[in-house]
Write a protein that binds this ligand. Sequence first.
Ligand code: NDP
Ligand code: CA
Length: 337
Amino acid sequence: GLRCLKLNSVSRVCSAPISDPNHIRLLQWNLLSQTLGQNNDGFVRCPVEALTWENRKYLIVQEILQHNPDILCLQEVDHFKFLQTILGTQNYEGIFFPKPDSPCLYIEENNGPDGCAIFFKRDKFELRNFDTRILEVWRVQSNQVAIAVNLIVKQTGRELCVCTTHLKARHGSLLSKLRNEQGRDLIRFVKQFAGDRAVILCGDFNAEPTEPVYSTILNCEFMKLASAYAEMRAESDECNNESTKDKQALINGCDKVQKSIQNEPPYTTWKIREDGEECHTIDYVFYTKDHLKVKNCLEFPQGDEIGLNRTPSFQYPSDHFSLICDFEVLDSSNESS
Ligand code: NDP
Ligand code: CA
């Protein structure tokens, strides 16, 4: 069903996107690789029929088109040509970069490697240039990638950089160190490519907010990055009822990173595998606060809407929810650098 873009709103209807050139709606989504979801993930509570491409492809397209985003950042894309064809008819242009040694390729009935993709509305933006990166860990290439695009807003000539990634999965302190190194490489790559432009950096970071990579990004010395959902939720909490005032007073006493951690949503993915239920926040939309303001973030469905078998399901084609944020591009005069 439809999710509403107003935080804490009772309305179930999504507002129509604004044609204002300084308004940008971004959708960030790990849409679940078809090959991995069907053959590798072990979603024990998901009916096998729900995992077929025949069922999933309509839900994926619907999830994207119903929100009418200006920019899409996607991970685990292993049907890029399909998306390019469908989204191509809807005014989108896209770029795909596969993982160098995608696990999909080791599964017999694969549809090619999975990777990251960025799509943007071609009537709103002109692509200035793009770059791709195989993320390095201790100067050695890993199996994780990033794409960055510099987009020109046609109506205003203003430029922004959008970058997406999918960091290494799995738990453990070594892997959390590895993700942190990937994050360090990622922000160097983004800064070098973006220069002084506004930046939106989003993806599946496979790391909860308490992991080192989260603070590495928020404490980045080259760019003043903030997390869109955390900022939005802090703001909406501040003008909320009495019961959250004490919580906010506590949070406000913390440093920037601690405050952001506290304000992240409770989950961006919710699934059941053989080893149990996993419900946590690992996907983020970071942005440069000097250039952009978050106006709205789409709330995630609640537990009772999702159902006891969680996701994926006949209702939700991926084990990750889409993150959707409305940004306002601020006047250059607001930029402090
Ligand atoms: P990652 O470890 O980053 O993960 C690959 C995918 O697995 C991700 O899309 C991830 O989804 C998903 N995943 C996460 N947790 C689980 C889980 N508990 N069960 C099932 N799937 C999960 O992959 P790499 O790119 O680093 O590739 C390494 C993997 O690729 C190896 O684990 C191996 O299985 C496979 N491989 C096999 C080879 C071979 O057969 N010879 C050679 C090379 C690779 P999400 O990000 O949403 O969590
Ligand atoms: Ca996955």
